[in-house]
Design a protein around this ligand. Structure first.
Ligand SMILES: [Zn+2]
Length: 167
């Protein structure tokens, strides 16, 4: 029992070192597909390592049940897991920056950094819908002013056309 627990701790410590080395290697590089692939690999690597620890914790808890022994104190293992989790969050952030994407707060879809609306759920990024209305009004005004210089008949046609557009 003790041995298994020590193994678990050792493993968790080793994994964390590995994750950090990987991160430092990735940071500071230019934005390219190779880096994205590396970060993606590091993410799935970290995730599967965490899964492995989860499984071992479960196994060791079940073993103490069958052996009738006390469940070991996992505090240190959990601390390592916390660090791995932080590492994972950092990697995911890095991936966002590399891909020049942002995550929709509503549906978690990754969108292009310059998207105004989420491609999946249509959620508007940023805010203030009032400013948007103002901008539209300015556009309409500019179009009308340009048309007025051409011809009276065309202006009438354009006016009725823009009225239809407005509705
Ligand atoms: Zn969305």
């Amino acid at each position: 029992m003790e041995e298994l627990f020590e193994q678990l701790k050792e493993q968790a410590a080793k994994m964390k070192d590995g994750a950090i080395r990987f991160t430092q290697k990735v940071i500071g590089k230019t934005n390219n597909v190779v880096d994205q692939t590396k970060v993606k690999l590091a993410i799935s690597d970290t995730e599967s390592k965490m899964e492995e620890i989860f499984t071992k914790i479960g196994g060791s808890v079940y073993k103490s049940h069958t052996d009738g022994t006390k469940v070991p104190d996992f505090t240190e293992v959990f601390a390592k897991l916390d660090e791995l989790k932080n590492e994972l969050d950092d990697l995911k952030e890095q991936l966002c920056r590399l891909q020049d994407t942002k995550q929709c707060p509503k549906c978690n879809t990754y969108n292009d950094q310059k998207n105004e609306y989420c491609a999946k759920c249509g959620n508007k990024f940023g805010d203030v819908s009032g400013e948007e209305t103002k901008t539209n009004a300015d556009d309409t005004f500019t179009v009308e002013a340009d048309t007025a210089e051409v011809d009276t008949a065309e202006v009438d046609a354009a006016d009725s056309a823009s009225e239809v557009d407005a509705k």
